[in-house]
Design a protein around this ligand. Structure first.
Ligand code: FES
Ligand code: FES
Length: 136
């Protein structure tokens, strides 16, 4: 919510029907994969982005082996990254996600996983792109 036009506002839905669960082909050159873990609890999150030639994220999927707040945080993260430039999504903060989902303080690290996963997916995509350019 909060003035982010185009996003659905039914926060409870992120718990009951998480958006964008699944996988993209990690061998696709246009796909970045972020795999991160939370040392505090051992939960693991995989977030993927598919990026077009202009750096715009066309699609995003996640798989989270973790608590409900981590799953809901990944669901919000995949929705927020879609349609944005890869550099723009690096500004998404876990505190924004936590505020959006109204997470209690003990669940802040769950949203941190989502912020880390976004960054890791962008870094993976950039590394692939650089490797490809270097080979060309
Ligand atoms: Fe806002 Fe889904 S409730 S992103
Ligand atoms: Fe660890 Fe939620 S309890 S990610």
């Amino acid at each position: 919510g909060g003035g982010r036009r185009g996003y659905h506002e039914n926060i409870i839905e992120h718990y009951e029907n998480p958006r964008n669960v699944g996988s993209l082909d990690k061998n696709d050159d246009d796909v970045g994969t972020g795999l991160v873990g939370a040392p505090a609890c051992g939960d693991v999150m995989k977030l993927q982005i598919k990026v077009d030639e202009n750096g715009i994220i066309q699609d995003s999927k996640f798989k989270t082996f973790g608590c409900g707040s981590a799953i809901a945080s990944s669901s919000v993260a995949t929705e927020w990254v879609k349609g944005k430039h890869v550099d723009e999504v690096l500004a998404i903060k876990n505190t924004d996600i936590a505020a959006h989902l109204k997470l209690p303080p003990v669940k802040l690290h769950c949203s941190m996983l989502a912020e880390d996963a976004i960054r890791a997916s962008v870094n993976d995509w950039k590394a692939k792109k650089e490797a490809k350019n270097a080979a060309a």
